[in-house]
Design a protein around this ligand. Structure first.
Ligand SMILES: CC(C)(COP(=O)(O)OP(=O)(O)OC[C@H]1O[C@@H](n2cnc3c(N)ncnc32)[C@H](O)[C@@H]1OP(=O)(O)O)[C@@H](O)C(=O)NCCC(=O)NCCS
Length: 291
């Protein structure tokens, strides 16, 4: 007679990966993913982006293994913070997350800044490259702006924010009054006769952006004033125009990489060449995530 052995405990089935709405409770898990991807974001950077976004997380049990956000600004939505846990890449999760945030964007024009890793996925989803973003950073050097720039913070900074939102809309086509107010509340507003820039704590130090101006001379003055405010500290700029690079490098901010600006469903793409010239230009982004 054979002796009955106790059956070995069954291995737990691997938990299925589910998508759920992204809320503030997911920031700690999201931060783990962005740090593992080598991104500099702090919890407060995630919180700022989440405050103007909806999004999804991929959950394996209760663990956050993927993230994607959709920041809707009027007729345009920026898709951002697309990350999949390194152990789960190449299995279709990035596509699932992107499809979920594309749904959240509704019929809006879609924009994003792609890393080299994300680019093939976005091309498959119909995005096209429209330009490059030039990330500059370093320890800022003091500089004298060549045009007058005023700096305000806190409550004072709130004055005239609607004018700044109009200039930003004219430059970017995005209605971002809420974002500008949120950044100004915790940062500094630099204004000159023909534009403005926002300076805030981000990642390894501070970031200057957006930098919105009528022309490059105004943009240069705003950037020099930003470097002066941050002199001796880490400062980052995500430039849209490499023509400003020599001045930016002279301020101690070296080119360290960047990303590819991509769009899908662009409303003016078909007639970009005949579109009227914009009164303002975005010379540096609020962030690669938010445009
Ligand atoms: C980019 C990223 C989110 C992709 O996630 P993923 O789960 O590996 O992507 P998927 O498995 O869903 O792949 C999506 C599609 O892109 C294709 N693809 C992915 N990488 C590719 C590559 N290097 N070359 C060609 N095709 C590629 C896949 O074949 C797949 O195509 P299919 O859906 O037609 O089969 C992931 O690599 C990541 O988190 N990278 C680090 C953070 C980052 O750079 N994020 C992008 C920010 S813009």
């Amino acid at each position: 007679m054979t002796e009955l052995s106790t059956p070995a405990p069954r291995a737990q089935p691997a938990p299925e990966i589910t998508l759920a709405p992204f809320d503030a409770a997911h920031i700690a898990g999201a931060l783990r993913l962005s740090q593992a991807a080598g991104w500099p974001h702090l919890a407060q950077d995630w919180a700022l982006t989440l405050s103007v976004s909806q999004g999804v997380v991929a959950l394996k049990g209760s663990e956050v293994v993927g993230t994607a956000l959709c920041s809707a600004f009027g007729d345009v939505a920026c898709l951002n913070m697309i990350i999949v846990d390194a152990d789960l890449r190449g299995q279709g999760l990035g596509r699932r997350l992107m499809e979920a945030v594309i749904d959240l964007a509704g019929p809006r024009e879609l924009r994003l800044t792609a890393t080299a890793e994300g680019l093939p996925l976005y091309e498959k989803l119909g995005f096209v490259a429209i330009g490059e973003i030039y990330q500059h950073q370093g320890i800022a050097r003091d500089a004298e702006p060549e045009l007058p720039v005023t700096v305000t913070s806190g409550l004072e900074a709130a004055e005239g924010l609607s004018r700044l939102a109009e200039q930003d809309l004219a430059a970017s086509g995005m209605a971002r009054g809420t974002l500008i107010a949120a950044i100004a509340a915790g940062g500094e507003v630099l204004r000159c006769a023909g534009g403005f820039a926002l300076l805030r704590v981000f990642g390894r130090g501070r970031v200057l952006g957006p930098v919105v101006a009528r022309d490059s001379a105004q943009a240069r003055a705003l950037i020099a004033a930003g470097a002066r405010r941050a002199a001796g500290c880490f400062l980052r700029l995500d430039l849209t125009d490499p023509a400003l690079a020599p001045e930016v490098e002279a301020l101690g901010l070296v080119h360290v990489g960047g990303g590819t600006a991509m769009v899908s469903r662009a409303q003016n793409a078909a007639n970009a060449e005949t579109a009227p010239a914009r009164e303002f230009t975005t010379y540096a982004l609020a962030s690669q995530a938010l445009g």
